[in-house]
Design a protein around this ligand. Structure first.
Ligand code: 13P
Ligand code: SF4
Length: 309
């Protein structure tokens, strides 16, 4: 087996030769985050990808995130260490089903979570992430009916935050967050009575009701750093531990296992490895290739979202 240091050196050399940038989502393995040029939530990474002026974006995240990078910056080569790094939310929402819904309801405004395929993005009026979903829905005139897709928990939370009645919510779910049980969180709270709770809005309602803070991965990390408390129960994927401990040295973070894998890891995010990252920088494969017509159509709702502050 090749030593980690050797692979890291190889990646650094390839990065220079390829004029490449490595982006990593907070759910990546710590050793990948260590070597990344930028770490962030899905919105932050989309913005960094949009501004990139080099040649190659190596996207350490899942496929919909790499596709987003390609849409916002189509002349760059975008590689993903493992093309099978998917997302259960993407799988829950096929583009033909969205197309058929639009035919039946031509007056509805389609708000799509960024966790969708590029084909679904192309069917959408505006996109959102967990960071800006409330602001995006609030930007739509109250008289318009909204179809929010595909995450049911995020949709229910946004509906509550915005007080919006005329909103249809798709019934998709994240295999990691949607299977965090409220009773396991309640048990963790009894075990750590000093701890405060931060949760991602993809968690079910009985988890969100117990949370002191609800936000995107980066928002959770920033919030924990600002709090006076020293102990936190974190209801999201455990990869965030890397930035939590960096930004909040000395504080304690507890994770709750879900009922899907009895862990708090996203199996798709964890498909990427340092070896696969090195290989994709070497071969520029697997590469995100999208038809120009799809890029053009998906770009419109993406730009609408990025234009919002
Ligand atoms: P963020 O937008 O908070 O990074 O979340 C993306 C995601 O896939 C959560 O499961
Ligand atoms: Fe998709 Fe859930 Fe994994 Fe996020 S954690 S990438 S929503 S499966």
């Amino acid at each position: 087996m090749v030593a980690v240091d050797t692979i890291v050196d190889e990646i650094e050399a390839l990065k220079q030769n390829r004029r490449a940038m490595i982006l990593a989502h907070h759910y990546q393995e710590a050793e990948i985050q260590e070597i990344a040029d930028s770490i962030g939530d899905s919105l932050e990474l989309a913005r960094v990808a949009q501004r990139f002026e080099g040649d190659v974006i190596a996207f350490c995240g899942v496929k919909f995130m790499a596709e987003t990078a390609k849409v916002v910056n189509p002349t760059r080569v975008v590689v993903l260490p493992d093309l099978n790094a998917g997302c259960s939310l993407v799988d829950s929402c096929p583009a033909p089903a969205v197309h058929a819904y639009k035919k039946r309801n031509p007056d509805h405004v389609v708000v799509s979570y960024i966790n969708t395929s590029v084909e679904v993005k192309a069917e959408s009026d505006i996109l959102c992430t967990s960071r800006n979903a409330v602001a995006v829905v609030n930007s739509i005139p109250a008289s318009r009916h909204v179809l929010f897709l595909p995450d049911v928990n995020l949709g229910n939370w946004v509906k509550k935050q915005t007080g919006r009645e005329n909103m249809t919510i798709w019934q998709g779910a994240c295999i990691v967050h949607a299977t965090f049980p409220g009773r396991r969180l309640a048990a963790a709270r009894s075990e750590h009575p000093q701890a405060v709770v931060a949760a991602h809005p993809e968690c079910p309602g009985d988890v969100l009701r117990q949370a002191d803070f609800i936000g995107s991965t980066s928002a959770i990390i920033d919030w924990c750093a600002k709090q006076p408390q020293d102990e936190f129960i974190i209801m999201t994927e455990s990869g965030v531990r890397y930035s939590l401990e960096k930004q909040s040295p000395g504080k304690k973070f507890y994770f709750v296992a879900n009922e899907n894998c009895n862990c708090s890891e996203c199996p798709y995010m964890k498909m990427n490895t340092l070896e696969k990252l090195r290989d994709c920088l070497q071969t520029l494969q697997p590469r995100i290739e999208l038809p120009p017509e799809i890029i053009e159509r998906a770009r419109i709702p993406l730009d609408r979202m990025l234009a919002l502050k």
